[in-house]
Design a binder for this molecule. Structure first.
Ligand SMILES: [Ca+2]
Ligand SMILES: [Ca+2]
Length: 161
């Protein structure tokens, strides 16, 4: 009889504790969800925001001065250095009716540097036959002609971060 009442007391105590703890636990859960977890996620975490925040404006485009390849190198470095994405530059020389171009590949998506947008439909039918002239590089600074006049014209960009 005595044992049962002790068990009852313990049960009551546990139930009371659970009920009393319930609201603080819910509040703690909300706090973790709202404030603690987001603080570990980098700001502007979406790829679109990272692309848009690259410090150049589309209106700065100038053929042979700051064009697709320069923008691609800047975007490539920005996404890699500031956001930790693994990025590649894909480029090809002008062939027949298809002009030369440079774009950035990140997370399996093609980024058009001149418009700072993700291109969902890469025109594979146009470029399929150009596979031998298409170059994919991890970093323009590792090209053998790095620092030369040709390289600077093709790949350099203003120092903004
Ligand atoms: Ca890269
Ligand atoms: Ca680079």
């Amino acid at each position: 009889m005595k044992e049962m009442s002790i068990n009852k007391e313990i049960s009551k105590w546990i139930l009371g504790w659970v009920l009393k703890s319930f609201i603080p636990l819910v509040l703690l859960g909300i706090a973790i969800g709202l404030f603690i977890i987001p603080s570990f996620v980098p700001k502007n975490q979406t790829l679109e925001q990272a692309i848009t925040s690259c410090p150049y404006s589309r209106s700065e485009y100038e053929k042979d001065v700051f064009d697709c390849s320069n923008m691609a190198n800047m975007m490539d470095d920005w996404l890699e250095e500031e956001y930790g994405y693994e990025t590649f530059i894909v480029s090809w020389r002008s062939v027949d009716i298809i002009g030369g171009h440079a774009m950035v590949i990140v997370n399996g998506r093609f980024v058009e540097p001149t418009t700072k947008s993700i291109v969902w439909t890469f025109r594979t039918e146009l470029y399929a036959n150009l596979s031998t002239s298409v170059t994919i590089i991890d970093d323009a600074e590792r090209l053998p002609n790095y620092g030369t006049e040709d390289w600077l014209r093709e790949w350099s960009y203003p120092d903004r971060w």
